[in-house]
Design a binder for this molecule. Structure first.
Ligand SMILES: [Zn+2]
Length: 383
């Protein structure tokens, strides 16, 4: 007991004596931890920063994040176990590797890239300027092309994420079922991304009103929550700030210059700050990239099971360290151990999916800013 107290005391003295403080478990059977080092890439070998790497020892989670080069170093108990990598909540992108860790030896996995696999169906609707499908394909993930009619007709079975590229078609979408189906899609835990004029897919529009008092026709997000006006000038905005910590870790920067290479881009006139998180803002604090994860909360736990019921997404709440909560997707065999220390089934952020919106385009090619591509990789991997 004295030893445990001393250990605790030393930890209090050196607050960062271990990065992942939830790992401190003086009564664990596994006093022997050894290092595992490795590198996470997409199927095409693109390194992936900020990937959550963890080892679940029957409810005790050892975890770290990959650095800018996609590399990680983690200390885990010796013996046989499973190392998992994931982005987002792990439902869409996750891989596991069986490892055997020997006492006194570092396990070096760097010569065999740890590839982050997609466990999901990604779909896109083609646009006029945007080509997020190119970025998805470059990463090495499959994507299915859908039409806007597929959304109206609810051909969204088994689709987990939807990318609606910006289109120069300013005609309003009048079918109620289009918006109803998108609403159901997100409420049921699936996510979508759109950009620029694609705001109409979220809030509807009757031919792009140039003020925020005209009621938008259609939409599944209320007019009161966001309004955009096509008032942007063709320009490069400099000194924009990446406010979201995860996104700045992923891109490796806090500031970004953004080239708006077409006039009439959709400027956000207002957003409801309770509903949206601002990920990027301009030098005058106008939002340029927003995300919501509070479209709705339902309590349909069944949607969190995947892989034929073998996996479940939970909110892992480290005992004594709740501010380090993290959504992870685990084997159902480990579920009881996690529920026993207070975890909950479902994503920590609620059970609906995420909606991401950028005022800027995502096309690569002519755009010379590699950070935009990084931002898009982040969106794809964290939906
Ligand atoms: Zn847990």
């Amino acid at each position: 007991m004295k030893k445990i107290l001393l250990f605790t005391f030393i930890c209090v003295l050196f607050i960062s004596c271990q990065d992942d403080s939830e790992n401190i478990n003086p009564i664990s059977q596994h006093n022997n931890l050894e290092k595992v080092i490795g590198k996470v890439t997409s199927p095409t070998g693109i390194t992936i920063p900020s990937t959550y790497v963890y080892y679940d020892d029957n409810g005790t989670v050892y975890n770290t994040l990959t650095n800018q080069l996609g590399e990680f170093e983690i200390s885990v108990p010796t013996g046989q176990g499973v190392l998992t990598i994931q982005t987002g909540n792990g439902r869409l992108f996750r891989s596991t590797k069986n490892i055997t860790v020997t006492q006194g030896q570092t396990l070096d996995l760097r010569n065999e890239n740890f590839v982050l696999n997609s466990n999901s169906s990604l779909a896109f609707v083609a646009g006029t300027y945007d080509e997020i499908q190119t970025i998805i394909t470059n990463l090495g993930y499959q994507t299915i092309e859908l039409s806007l009619d597929d959304i109206t007709n609810n051909n969204l079975d088994n689709i987990n994420a939807l990318f609606l590229n910006c289109s120069n078609d300013s005609a309003p979408i009048t079918a109620d079922s289009f918006y109803d189906n998108l609403n159901d899609f997100v409420i049921n835990g699936n996510s979508l991304y759109t950009s620029d004029w694609g705001l109409k897919y979220l809030v509807g529009d009757s031919g792009y009103a140039q003020d925020c008092t005209t009621e938008r026709v259609g939409g599944f997000i209320a007019d009161e929550l966001v309004c955009g006006i096509r008032s942007g000038a063709m320009e490069t905005l400099t000194n924009n700030t990446i406010l979201n910590n995860d996104l700045s870790s992923f891109t490796g920067t806090n500031t970004i210059d953004l080239e708006y290479d077409l006039p009439d881009w959709m400027q956000l006139n207002y957003i409801d700050a309770n509903y949206w998180d601002v990920l990027v803002e301009d030098a005058d604090s106008n939002p340029l990239m927003i995300k919501t994860n509070t479209v709705s909360t339902t309590n349909d736990d069944s949607i969190w099971y995947s892989d034929n019921g073998n996996k479940v997404t939970i909110c892992h709440i480290p005992p004594g360290n709740p501010e380090n909560s993290h959504s992870i997707t685990i084997s159902v065999n480990a579920l009881d151990a996690h529920l026993a220390h207070g975890d909950t089934i479902g994503d920590c952020n609620g059970s609906s999916g995420n909606v991401y919106y950028t005022t800027f385009h995502n096309h690569v090619g002519e755009t010379t800013n590699p950070i935009i591509e990084k931002i898009m990789e982040y969106v794809i991997l964290n939906l």
